[in-house]
Design a protein around this ligand. Structure first.
Ligand code: PEP
Length: 248
């Protein structure tokens, strides 16, 4: 991999503003240890401004965990991409399997959310991945085909390089069951080739792996060809563990 890998930490629905502040302060003073990597934190919405303020000027991205595709309107409880940028976010996770399952974040909605994020100046991270049942029934590639095809369908060709795709097998998220290097490699190659063939010849987007990543396995995963970084859930909640992963 010739580019700096991207390591993003998804805090899910964890941490108060005070806890987020303490994490960001620890990260800010230890950033030298993570030289050579791009970093991003995905806090809950309530902590975006505090994390963005502390990390301002450090180059660390602050991403939200979802966003609405409309600029504004009668969507009670929702936050638009422009509002996220206004609150200090520089990117947004889209289609995380927990959002797909809990909040019906569908492929059709994602087809609108990804370009909406780009238009607002945010880096969209499109999350894709198969369930255990889908893997066991041999349909992983068919699932990824649909998720990637739909998710990227509204992206202008010249903006594909600004999208990040995260391959996160659902059965590996929060379970401690890590996909093998061979499984990750096969699906990373499939996604890169699929995008090259169907969207652009260059497929220069970042492709992350996510699912039970920790400092014990991060170095090995980052060696896999076509993997350009990591999306880390549970292990990103501890600042020292996150820094150890970034350092790997
Ligand atoms: C995630 O939430 O995107 C994730 C990969 O979680 P974990 O690292 O805990 O499996």
């Amino acid at each position: 991999m010739s580019r700096r890998p991207l390591v993003a930490g998804n805090w899910k629905m964890f941490k108060t503003r005070a806890e987020a502040r303490a994490f960001a302060e620890t990260l800010a003073v230890n950033l030298a240890q993570a030289d050579g990597v791009e970093l991003a934190i995905c806090p809950p919405f309530t902590s975006i401004d505090v994390v963005a303020m502390i990390l301002q000027g450090t180059g660390v991205g602050v991403f939200r965990q979802t966003g609405h595709e409309s600029e504004n309107g009668a969507h009670t409880g929702e936050v638009s991409m422009g509002m996220l940028a206004d609150a200090g976010a520089s990117g947004v996770l889209l289609g995380h399997s927990e959002r797909r399952a809990d909040c019906a974040e569908t492929d059709q909605a994602l087809a609108r959310k990804v370009p909406a994020a780009l238009a607002a100046g945010l880096t969209p991270v499109l999350c894709v991945g198969e369930s255990e049942f889908e893997r066991d029934s041999g349909s992983t590639k068919a699932i990824l085909d649909v998720q990637v095809r739909e998710g990227l369908s509204g992206v202008p060709k010249d903006r594909l390089g600004d999208v990040v795709v995260a391959y996160e097998p659902i059965w590996a998220i929060g379970t401690g069951k890590i996909a093998t290097a061979q499984e990750i490699s096969q699906m990373a190659n499939f996604i890169k080739e699929f995008v090259s063939k169907n969207f652009s010849n260059i497929a220069e987007f970042y492709l992350l792996y996510g699912g039970s990543v920790s400092s014990k396995n991060s170095a090995e995963i980052l060696q896999i060809a076509n993997i350009d970084g990591l999306l880390v859930g549970g292990a990103s909640l501890d600042a020292n563990e996150f820094i150890a992963i970034a350092n790997s």
